[in-house]
Design a protein around this ligand. Sequence first.
Ligand SMILES: [Ca+2]
Length: 615
Amino acid sequence: MRGAIRLLAVISVASSFVAPSSAIPTVSWSSSAVSIILLTGTLSSSHITFVSTQNLENIDVTIVPALKPYVSVFPSHYAQLVGGLSYEVRILFSIPATTLPGMYSGTIKLSSNTKPPGVFAVPLSVSITVQQPTSTFIPPDIALPSLDRVVGVTSSGPFYASNELLISVIPGTTDAQVEGLAAAEKALFLGQDRPSHTYQLLIPFSDLHEAITLIQLLHSYKFVGYAIPAFFSQSQVTFPNDASWNLDVRFTRSWGQETIHLPSAWDLTQGDTNVTLAVIDGGFDLNHEDLKPAAESSTPGFDPTHGTEVASLAAATGDNIVGLAGAMWKSHLILLGSDYQDIYFDLHARHNMYVAIAQGARIINYSYARNWSSRCNPTMSEADRLSLVASETQFWQQVVQFAPNVLFVFAAGNDHDLVDSVFPATLGTQDANVNTVAGTDLLSNEASYSNYGRVSIWAPGGDQSTRLCDGSSSSPVSTAHIWVAQPQNSYGFVSGTSYSAPFVSGVAGLMLSKNSSLTAPEIKNFIDATADPTGQLDPSGNDIRVLNAFHAIQQAIANPEFDFALDSLLVVGNVNGGAGFFDDFNDGSLTVPPTSNINCNLNTAPVSESGGFYI
Ligand SMILES: [Ca+2]
């Protein structure tokens, strides 16, 4: 039954600037107050801006003690503020599962250790209304798990939301049926994802094995398509410990782009603002000087580091003096963030894939992964492991197969392991519209951390010694990294298959810029067919073949629009319109000039014709 809770995770922000009471404050918030309603055990984020009338140094953003268990901010410190400029503070609300229902109020303040104590900025009022989930009200949107509910099988993952299962129901299932299940199984509703008919159930279990047992029970309900624990993917970054560069700076910053022949590719195209590329990643600096996201359709997430880095390789603005050149200098770029640091709630990530598809994305980059191999999960039973692999396959294939003409580009992952149990990367071994990208080093060797096997393609990821899932450390040959954009108009070096994937996403975007009629499987096939052989084999005996942007785009051009390998056109049934033959590109592929329109009127008998066609 709806109505018990009116709204969830709706952030209301008063619209007026703070009016000074006596003295004019140096700093003004864009709103006087922030208020939010959240369920216990969930999380949400917001952002707010402020302006200072003068230059300031060393300003801290502080939270009153009463709110500290529930609120954190990013950034929490500004070394320099320029008077008159607007600064954004991101606010994360995380309501631990044990929080009692009620109203929690307090303030967020700006303070300066060089200014006398007192009010130079009016504190921002914050109020949080905490409610408990029920078995009778299904919140209308996804709920993100609170930070205390992020638990790991080990301290380095895999991570899942405690006491939460996701059930995807078959079309036609009613809310009442799902409410009946919840009542019978003593489950409470946290949220739902409508595009995938998925419900988030709060239901107690002590570990993953118990969760899998519960899932088998839930499968006894005929309307349950599948059920799965609520997992988080992990960003596939490896963290630099030491930068030991011997090479010229210019070369170190562009070897990845040179390896995949982007400079010659850019002679053919630098991209197209009509090609929509979505990067689903941790968070983004939407104001970065070198990123131009589509203003209407991006969400920043909380920690802007990883997403800014990944997006810059695919789509940093080229030829603008600053920063670097993304594979696509021009694109329609959608950036959809997470509200966590280096993890992404799977349900949210998948939901954002549906969002990107609805907004016309042709390419979706996701540089996150989770590995269910026995090597990475030595304490898990084989039965549990296979059960999770089966659920995961259904979970990710639901969105991949929903949009067969969208190219999904996934990082292969950083465990130096077979890709077969890595999600969502392993879908590249079975789905024609999924590209799984493994990482190479400066010399186009397999990066020491990169997963391998039946990956779709290899691309530069840099290399360095990395802690692997089994606790061992990888042994790099070279330690060259990848130069990327980072928050607040800075730049730096990183490594990981996180950074291999966006090279492929950007090159796919370049291919579409030259030929928008390419299908996602064609893009995947052309990238594969034109890759550079290295003569090396990965540990499983597969060829290491590195992305070649120039040849991939040439292949895209060689397959112009309307040049079908079609022998006949059979029109069956009631088509009210016309069809005909023509050759759009004058490339000589049609030897017979355009002829013979076919008129397909209602109720005409089936006809067949030969040649190229348009409808
Ligand atoms: Ca640039």
